[in-house]
Design a protein around this ligand. Sequence first.
Ligand code: 26W
Length: 813
Amino acid sequence: MFASKEQFKEAFTEKLQTLFGQSLDESSIADKYVALSTLIREIISKRWYRSNQQYSLSKEKQVYYFSMEFLLGRLLGSNLFNLGITEVCRQGLKDLGIELDEVEAVEHDAGLGNGGLGRLAACFLDSMASLQLPGHGTGIRYRHGMFEQKIVDGYQIELPDNWLRDGYVWETRKADRAVTVKFGGTVRLEQQAGRLVAIHENYESVLAVPYDVPVVGANCHTVNTLRLWSAETNHFDFSSFSKGDFLKAVEQKYSLEATSQILYPDDNYPEGKTLRLKQQYFFVSAGLQSIVRRYKRTHGSKPADLARIHKKIAIHINDTHPALAVPELMRILMDEEGLSWDQAWEATRKTISYTNHTILPEALEKWPVEMVKTLLPRMYMIIEELNERFCAALWEKYSGDWERIRAMALVSDGYVHMAHLAVVGSHSVNGVAEVHSNILKNEVLANFNRFYPLRFNNKTNGVTHRRWLAKANPKLAELITEAIGEGWLAQPHELAKLHRYAHDPAFQNRIKFVKQCNKKRLASYIQDKIGLAVDTNSIFDVQAKRIHAYKRQILNALHILDLYNRLKADPGLAIEPRTFIFSGKAATGYYLAKRIIKFINTLAQVINHDPDIDGRIKVVFLENYSVSLAELIIPAADVSEQISTASKEASGTGNMKLMMNGAVTIGTLDGANIEIKDEVGDDNIIIFGLTAEQVLNYYKYGGYNVLDAYHGNSRIKLVVDQLINGFLPVSQDEFDSIHHSLMRTNDEYFVLKDFAGYAAAQAKLNKLYCDQRAWQAMAINNIAFSGRFASDRTVSEYAIGIWKIKPVVIREN
Ligand code: 26W
């Protein structure tokens, strides 16, 4: 690559000239970004080509990770890091008077996802490539990604995310690999030469054009592919055009191309829109067609070859959004490749595996039968047949038990149940943390676990420590390497070697110094963004994630209000100064979540400017939470708020990123918090609240009355009343919906039930922070025991346990 920074400088300036015909002095920062990225892309392209060549030659099994969302963030920095050339580029640019960080900041985040699920997919791509695993992504190239959030007068405003405005250097359009996807029309079955053939007529077809993005492995020559599909059409209504009806001439074109125009900004809350179902089939069909085409080239195209497809291909579906992969693979194998039903079924089941990411009942996808039938008639036929065969098998085992059979059917009550389709059509079903997998097995999918006892398993989530530690927190990374060597970069469990420094005062001081630098960096961002000065000696307490009732930002906010009340009543109250930092988006149609944002901003307005408080607590809401903003916030956090109602957060991954950066968790026994506690030990985490078992028992048997919590604690009563009694400077009904969610629906998420425990946990945290030696030891131990939560561990568990794939070492030439 670059033997020296001199060589880099030469290549870079030459690239500027050949691309823009400009000298360094004449070029803008955006030009510099394009020049640097293009230069890096060329290096990557060579490796990419060789990877593809060697994958084909090796004939090893490949895995394809199908996901509606890939929340990549920026790629320049992570590509430089994985290529191992960050420093040579940084120093070279510096000589030329350019700051690498400023160049990186030009890149628009690829925000092709909502939150946890989409970011997990991006972490997995990074880990697959870095472990030299032949694993690729399949998704949608949304013209508009996750909306941009503005806060105006305390309210969330959504603006379209035009991330492709300046082009996207990392993608390559592969027009010659386009495939056709068919919607609507009618299907009839016809006997032809002794075979039943499906004939699809009067459909509308969309051209799916792939855009490939390289996925660069760290410290190896692997470059995998993320293939994102874009909907296009050659269709042009010439007859309308020639009659002068130009609008009509383009109307159908736009309507077909709408398929990949927008990402639905719903997280854990389905909208049930036809366009979303269309998106799901669109990328699943395109992805499978292209995989089968490649398989035939490499492994043969006779029906007998295709019947063995599971030996060379694994398809993983990220939640149920791509569950149409089950009937679509059946269709391709039967209708296009001539396999029998039984052959196609065996191959399909052995190829596909499924991860569940949520058990919120309202988030389990189901599509109205009529919608599926109309939009995807062939899919519906196959689903119906699958359903009949599955119900017959259930009848064999549970004859007469109609209730159970109805509860497990793929099609019932007028809906297609996507989780059932995914479970039945796959060979592996996993949850994303121990407690979540157990709830799947024993509650939500218990019937299925009894019927298919070997199918269920757990794969606890992880995050890529390359982006979330090494790249986001370079000062910390440097300090770690100085202490324990650089082995942790390839083997994150080696971070455990830091444990012996936990009580070393000199090391503690250096850890504290790094945190302080990161806090200063965030403080100056806050100053720039909202004009608020925050005290970098205060505790930086972070809750950054989607806004959702079950994540209980409201618990955090009510506790802040309580703290404020107590400070007003007793100015001598001994507390450490604290800056409460919130960030996160609400789904556009989620009214309660939007009011929670307004509530937090109202608290900020009241508290930050109250002279009685004198800056001892401050509240900050940072707009437009995104991967890049997370990279700024997380390294600066002292405290990680992970306070969901136990049983509701499948895993959480922000909890892992924050611990990796030395934040101490205050949290419930939910999702991966439990495993974080197991790793760091009770002394290095602050736990409170109901357990998942207790919560589930309340749901099943009752026994919780919110009025007991409300009347039983005067502090709780006060903050709940303050929502609606005119105490806050907003119209009196502004927070009715929040009040209602607590008091009128018996506090579905146990906010008031857990309040006292949370307040006590906060008091404990405050006390721990006062002893800086003890606190720094906790911070160090959190970093030390975060190795288990690196996605390299997670992905290798998938590779061995589910996909049955092994590394393919890509040679340099
Ligand atoms: C159809 C509406 C919809 C959209 C997105 C329903 C469900 C989803 C996702 C499955 C929600 C999601 O992102 N779940 C999160 O997945 C993370 C990765 O496994 C977990 O860490 C989070 O706990 C879980 O909420």
